[in-house]
Design a protein around this ligand. Structure first.
Ligand SMILES: Nc1ncnc2c1ncn2[C@@H]1O[C@H](COP(=O)(O)OP(=O)(O)O)[C@@H](O)[C@H]1O
Ligand SMILES: [Mg+2]
Length: 392
């Protein structure tokens, strides 16, 4: 048997080679400067983030009411993420309406934790979660994104390679594990986006699923469903909104997120198969939540919402299934939908969102339609957040 090799060795070798190749690929094709950076925004985009028309933004500059920003070679203003944060701060101090430019929490407001879940893979969980997190940040909320999918797609979207970077620490597992968890502050990192931090994922997070049954047997405290919530509590004062991207399965990690959440957002593609799968998800979730509530889990929600994703209104069967969902779940279905768009999937190919890519590289109509669709979804979510804080 000389020369025979074991399958585990071969797989390990392949995995190691792939990890290094992926890392190189990411560095050379997407991040020549080793890390992702945020492009500057145009004045039209910045005005829209700030909720005003471009003429008003120009006037504010003209009147010296807000700090000046860089210009391109043709004399057009370019706004960095930091510029937008600073302008918000200045405008808020000048505004008569409290919270107009800094809409986040005030005294007594509970932090909003939005878990994006469904156990169907490909239902746009990660894509929705990252657009939600980025857009809320651009709108002036202090946002923490938490990736609890061991596959780390959200982490990858932020320009990291979880396969190689967080093998030995630095991810959310470290804050929720049973043995010597570390403070949540130590696993959170800043991102290239203003107002947006990340608790990254890594493959090691899968250990949580394996360790939990034993921990339950040994009656270790805190129990699994409290651990993520307790980690969030440690940094609660630093954020207005937390967005959690869940794995495509109903394991202990997803359960932890559902229990930590104040809003559960279930993404669903309006197709027969996806809706049937969602039915199973709902049945199982209800059963499991019932069990953990008997063990002291708090199940108080502000909102449970279904979001129709990858929607093609011109597709007859899809439109029909969307109508079916609305008839069934009425106002639990978000009014706005996340349209299916090549702008979203093309941006995704290079690990980017609609807010990160340059509009000029896309067909304008396609891009604008996609951005409008996700902006309206996030706008509706903002209303829910404000409503949870007793404002409208
Ligand atoms: N609205 C959309 N339009 C077009 N493609 C989309 C849209 N949302 C997601 N996708 C694409 O579908 C794939 C799966 O989406 P993803 O967000 O990773 O799903 P999940 O996290 O639920 O598994 C990705 O390639 C993504 O780019
Ligand atoms: Mg995902």
């Amino acid at each position: 048997m000389t020369g025979a090799r074991r399958i585990d060795e071969i797989i390990q070798q392949n995995a190691d080679r792939l990890a290094v190749a992926l890392e190189n690929h990411m560095r050379t094709s997407f991040m020549p400067d080793a890390r992702k950076e945020l492009r500057p925004f145009t004045s039209a985009e910045s005005a829209e983030f700030l909720g005003m028309d471009p003429a008003r933004l120009r006037k504010l500059h003209f009147d010296n009411k807000i700090p000046e920003v860089a210009m391109d070679s043709r004399g057009r203003r370019l706004y960095s993420g930091a510029n937008i944060v600073e302008i918000r701060r200045v405008l808020e101090t000048q505004s008569r309406k409290v919270g107009q430019f800094l809409p986040g929490r005030r005294d007594g407001d509970r932090i909003q934790v939005i878990a994006v879940a469904n156990y169907k893979g490909g239902s746009s969980k990660t894509t929705t979660a990252i657009h939600l997190a980025q857009r809320l940040a651009l709108r002036g909320y202090r946002v923490l994104a938490i990736d609890i999918d061991p596959q780390g797609s959200l982490t990858t979207m932020f320009g990291y390679t979880p396969e190689t970077e967080f093998q030995n620490g630095g991810n959310i597992y470290d804050a929720i594990r049973y043995d010597d968890p570390i403070p949540m502050q130590e696993v959170i990192r800043k991102t290239y986006f203003p107002n947006l931090d990340l608790a990254a994922s890594g493959l090691v997070l899968a250990e949580f699923e394996h360790e939990t049954p034993r921990a339950l047997n040994e009656r270790r405290e805190p129990m699994f469903f409290k651990r993520l919530g307790l980690a969030i509590d440690q940094v609660e004062a630093d954020y207005d909104v937390v967005v959690i991207d869940c794995p495509p399965q109903l394991g202990f990690l997803t359960m932890s997120a559902l229990i930590a959440a104040t809003t559960v957002l279930i993404t669903v593609i309006p197709s027969m198969l996806d809706i049937a799968s969602m039915n199973q998800f709902l049945q199982m979730t209800a059963g499991l939540l019932n069990v953990v509530s008997n063990h002291g889990a708090s199940l108080e929600y502000d909102h449970l919402k279904f979001l129709i994703t990858r929607f093609e209104p011109s597709d007859g069967p899809q439109a029909q299934m969307a109508g079916f969902l609305r008839a069934l779940f009425t106002d639990q279905v978000m009014t706005n939908t996340f349209l299916k768009s090549t702008a979203v999937s093309d941006a995704g190919l290079t690990q980017q969102t609609l807010y990160e890519v340059d509009r000029s590289e896309f067909n304008r109509n396609t891009y604008d339609r996609a951005v409008e669709s996700i902006n309206s979804v996030v706008g509706e979510m903002e209303e829910l957040i404000q409503a949870a804080w007793g404002r409208n």
